[in-house]
Design a protein around this ligand. Structure first.
Ligand SMILES: Cc1cc2nc3c(=O)[nH]c(=O)nc-3n(C[C@H](O)[C@H](O)[C@H](O)COP(=O)(O)O)c2cc1C
Length: 233
């Protein structure tokens, strides 16, 4: 995991939390990205989102997927799997930033989600948390990866925010240090992150209430675990 210095920018209002009146508890965000390339634009854009969230007053952690085994190719006790799962339990919301590969999210992004259990006992670790989705494209702007990640977010029972980021020809948008050049794409990331921050503040502390379902109250916890826990099938 890496932490990044706050970005000094005039592009957004850092008093959002005070406006909402819930600034006493900083929201916590986990940032996932879907590439292990040294000069990875999906990581660079994820880092921009992390800087902005930090500047707004959030606690942010970025998971490095390098060394994470393929799903089911290692025991759950693997250190990288444990690290990822504990970060998911820790956070209030997430950012997923994937490259588009063959018209889809990358396998590296998907493998991280596949390691997040739908249930731990009767608890769904991702349930009720917020999510922002971002992608980078090698060619013209496309939305395949963000659309797929929205479906994945629904599957993980997360609240995916309406705004999203898709950077066309991403190789043109970053400088040598991996910082994003000023552009409408950068402004969009600020918009996305602001929206994620605000919606997370509003939902924070209410995840259990929001995720409480009639059909699951009818089922006892043992039945629920047996039904949704794949490892027991
Ligand atoms: C195998 C492969 C498939 C790709 N498919 C697409 C694609 O379908 N659409 C697209 O816009 N870019 C595609 N790209 C370009 C990548 O999205 C682009 O290189 C991106 O920057 C990679 O992400 P990264 O910089 O985070 O590693 C593809 C690249 C590779 C290597």
């Amino acid at each position: 995991m890496t932490s990044f210095p706050a970005l000094v920018t005039e592009h957004f209002d850092p008093s959002i939390a005070e406006q909402i009146g819930k600034s006493e508890l900083p929201p916590r965000f986990l940032v996932l990205y879907g590439s292990v390339r040294e000069r990875s634009f999906s990581r660079f854009s994820a880092e921009e989102a992390a800087r902005l969230l930090t500047r707004m007053g959030a606690e942010v952690k970025i998971f490095n997927p390098s060394g994470l085994p393929l799903p089911d190719d290692a025991p759950e006790t693997h250190a990288k799997v444990q690290e990822l799962r504990s970060l998911v339990r820790w956070c209030d919301g997430m950012v997923w930033s994937s490259p588009e590969r063959h018209g889809a999210m990358s396998s590296i992004l998907k493998a991280q989600i596949d390691w997040i259990p739908l249930t731990e006992g009767a608890i769904r670790p991702s349930q009720g948390k917020t999510l922002a989705v971002m992608q980078v494209c090698g060619g013209s702007q496309s939305f395949n990866a963000v659309n797929q990640m929205r479906v994945l977010g629904r599957w993980m029972r997360m609240f995916t925010i309406p705004n999203q980021s898709s950077i066309a020809k991403a190789w043109q948008e970053f400088d040598e240090e991996g910082r994003m050049k000023p552009s409408a794409y950068y402004d969009r990331i600020v918009d996305v992150v602001e929206e994620l921050f605000k919606i997370t503040l509003i939902l924070k502390g209410h995840a259990d209430y929001l995720a409480d379902r009639y059909s699951e109250r009818k089922e006892n916890h043992q039945q629920l675990t047996a039904r949704v826990n794949q490892a027991k099938i």
